[in-house]
Write a protein that binds this ligand. Structure first.
Ligand code: FAD
Ligand code: SF4
Ligand code: SF4
Length: 424
């Protein structure tokens, strides 16, 4: 069942009411991650719209009460994140965790469809089959615009498999979830790390959310490209958007190819290395460049690509059978993974955490650079997220001072240049 269709691009109606302070701060700092939580907290007054160059952003269409504004301020990942290790192993690059393993879905079809090893999908199937949840909130291709996304509710293994794979495009999986708070059903929620931050904070503030969404799954995330990025991939594939009837960013193999299916049944393909590395990564939103949590710290279980590496430890993107890094962020997540192994849905083995910095260079470098980038933005009086408990100093200390200075000056230069452009 489809639950959300993104509104088309459109100018918001002239506002005859005050802009919510929380949303004003997000707008001023360009801090929106596009999760959709504000639209769920203030339904009717805030909706998610596709805005140029292809971001999902909140548009305020009516008054937001003081209570709703306070809740948005508490939940919005654009405004910050609070983390407590609470006795778990903590790491400046990867955050608090319970256990890390590698593995894959035992079902070969699920493993093939999955982004890496299909473990998130296999865990979802396990949760559905054992009755721990009634349904899954996840993200899949928009049938009307295949490079775009819609949120979807899955209740069968076939539906979970159809939604497997990474979608490198905006998604706002929390928008509309207010409608699921009082139907007595339990949903697993799958989202980007920032979506997981919003879901966890909303859970902590509202017991109905905790009861309705008892399990949070996520994946490592280097950033979300705008829809312009998706269109650029189609252009590079020489695929007319009007002729594209299906589009996968990857999956169906590991890493799998960005694949456009045309109306005449033919396919156009591009490697992951080219689609992400040469096109999509150039279209990532501002909030992602200052993201302190691209590794799903707020989730119960997080998966990532457990890339094979070369002799220097750098990731290789050669096609193969998918393998996921499986991070249980807490004891609850570990118990689910262990049960999914026992029920035969997931195969899992040990993982050497010391290799992770080598195979996730993007996450490593962003985390180490973050403190310098935030300092430059603060100097320019730009609002930044309020990060607590994320060990940013320890991460920055892993960089030589010269690299921190380079990051600081680079962000400063780009911010001042952007300000000049806005002023002219
Ligand atoms: C924007 C983005 C950035 C990523 N960056 C990294 C990275 O830096 N490092 C890394 O190792 N891997 C990254 N990945 C890939 C991610 O690691 C893999 O999806 C992960 O390994 C899980 O693989 P899996 O086979 O277990 O998941 P699958 O079984 O394929 O399940 C994937 C789940 O994610 C959901 N999903 C897909 N796209 C979105 C989306 N845009 N918004 C919300 N939910 C979505 C699907 O609905 C599905 O439930 C990224 C993926 C995305 C979408
Ligand atoms: S990050 Fe989420 S909650 Fe915050 S403004 Fe954007 S859509 Fe709303
Ligand atoms: S990089 Fe961070 S802010 Fe950007 S989409 Fe991923 S989790 Fe959200």
């Amino acid at each position: 069942m489809r639950i959300m269709k993104m509104d088309p691009v459109g100018a918001p109606p002239p506002a005859a009411f005050a802009e919510a302070a929380s949303l004003a701060r997000v707008r001023k700092g360009d801090l929106c991650a596009g999760c959709g939580a504000c639209a769920a907290i203030a339904p009717g007054s805030v909706t998610m719209r596709m805005t140029p160059p292809g971001w999902l952003r909140p548009v305020q269409q009516g008054p937001v009460s003081a209570g709703q504004d306070a809740m948005i301020a508490r939940v919005c990942p654009g405004l910050g994140e609070r983390v407590e290790a609470a006795g778990r192993t903590d790491d400046p690059l990867w955050g608090p965790y319970d256990t890390m393993r590698i593995g894959h879905a035992r079902d070969e079809a699920l493993r093939f469809s999955g982004s890496s090893g299909g473990v998130l999908s296999a865990v979802l199937v396990h949760l559905l089959e054992t009755g721990q949840i009634d349904a899954v909130v996840q993200t899949t291709a928009d049938p009307e615009q295949p490079i775009g996304n819609i949120a979807t509710i899955s209740v069968t293994e076939a539906e979970v498999q159809a939604a497997a794979g990474s979608r490198y495009a905006p998604s706002a999986p929390l928008a509309g979830l207010n409608r699921f708070l009082e139907n007595g059903k339990r949903y697993a929620f799958v989202g980007k790390p920032c979506d997981a931050v919003a879901m966890r904070a909303w859970q902590e503030a509202d017991p109905r959310v905790r009861a309705s969404f008892p399990v949070i799954l996520s994946f490592f995330c280097a950033g979300v490209p705008s829809q312009t990025g998706g269109r650029a991939v189609l252009k590079a594939l020489d695929a007319d958007p009007a002729e594209v009837v299906g589009f996968r960013y990857r999956g169906n193999g590991w890493p799998g190819f960005a694949t456009a299916v045309l109306r005449d049944g033919t396919e156009r393909k591009m490697s992951y290395h080219d689609s992400w590395g040469k096109v999509l990564s150039k279209h990532v939103q501002h909030r992602c460049k200052i993201c302190a949590d691209g590794t799903g710290i707020a989730a119960d279980i997080v998966c990532a690509d457990a890339w094979e590496s070369d002799e220097r430890g750098y990731p290789l993107f050669t096609e193969g059978s998918g393998t996921s890094l499986i991070v249980a962020r807490n004891a609850f997540g570990r118990e689910i993974v262990e049960a999914a192994v026992k029920s035969g849905h997931v195969e899992a083995g040990p993982f050497d955490v010391s290799t992770l910095a080598g195979i996730q260079p993007g996450q490593r470098e962003r985390r180490r650079a973050l403190l310098a980038r935030l300092a430059a933005l603060r100097l320019c009086l730009r609002p930044v997220p309020d990060y607590r408990g994320l060990l940013l100093w320890q991460a920055a200390r892993q960089n030589p001072a010269s690299r921190n200075l380079k990051n600081f000056l680079g962000t400063l230069r780009r911010t001042l240049k952007g300000r000049g452009k806005r002023a002219s």
